[in-house]
Design a binder for this molecule. Sequence first.
Ligand SMILES: C[S@@+](CC[C@H](N)C(=O)[O-])C[C@H]1O[C@@H](n2cnc3c(N)ncnc32)[C@H](O)[C@@H]1O
Length: 254
Amino acid sequence: MANKHYDINYLQNSRRLLLNLKEHSYTFFEKINSGTIIDLGCGAGNDVIELAKITGKDVKVIGIDHDPVMLKQAKEQSKEVSNVDFILSEAYPLPFEDETISGIRTERVIQHLNNPEQVISEISRILKKDCPLVIIETDWSSLSFYTEFVEAQKKVNAYYTDVKINNGFAAAKLVSYLQQNNFRNIKFEIHPFITDSLKTANELFRIEQMINEAAEKSYIAEQEGRAFYGALQKADDGNYFACAINLVVATCIK
Ligand SMILES: C[S@@+](CC[C@H](N)C(=O)[O-])C[C@H]1O[C@@H](n2cnc3c(N)ncnc32)[C@H](O)[C@@H]1O
C-alpha cells in the first residue's frame, strides 16, 4: 500500500467503535490457561493487554508487528502488565518453532498483506493442534452510503479494494485461505457496523481523504468526488446520513 490509512490515532478511534467485536473475539481464548497466545499485527497493543487480562498469569500474550512506532506505543502502555511481550517481526516468517503456540488472533491485518496465503500457512505451522485461530477482517467491498451518487460510490469502493488496500477482498477469501491449510471447525460471522454520523464514518473509513485521493489518482473525476462528498455532508446536516460496512470474523482450530 503506497500510504497507509491507519496510524496510532486511527487505531484508537477505531478501537472505540469496534469494542464489542473485539471483546467477542477475546472469548475464543478464555479457556486457554497456559502457553503462548499471539496477536499478529497487534498495532498499539491494546488487544494484547485485554487478552492478557482474561487469560491469567500462566499465559504469555505476545504482540507481533513490523512497525516499530506501533510497538513503542504498545510497550509504553503495557508497562504494568507482567504477562505480555512484543516482538518486532514481519508476519512471514514468524520467529517461533513448529506447533508451539496455543492461540492466534489477527485483526485487520490480512487485508494489508501482499502474501496472505504464505502468512496463513505460517500461522498453521506455529499453531498447536486443536488450538484456535481468530481472524477479524473488514469487508471493504460492502462499504455503503445511501445517496444518489451510486456510480461515484462504486468508484470509491473500487479505490479501496483495488488500490488502497493490498488485499482488498481479504474478507471474502478468508474461508478459502483456511481450507487450503486444512484448518478445522471453520465458522464465519458477519458483524455489520452502522453509523448515522459522517464524523464517525470519517474516523473509521477516512472517506473524505479517500475521495480526494481517488480524485488525485483519476479514479473518480474531481467534480464527481466533490458532489458525492457534498451529498454525504448534506445528509449529515439533514440527520439522514447512513453508512454501513461488514466486519467479518473467521474462527477455526488447527
Ligand atoms: C489496521 S492495523 C490493526 C492493528 C490491530 N490489530 C488493531 O486491531 O488495532 C494493521 C496492523 O498490522 C501491522 N502489519 C501490517 N502488515 C504487516 C506485516 N506484513 N507484518 C507484521 N505486521 C504487519 C501494521 O503495522 C498495523 O499495526
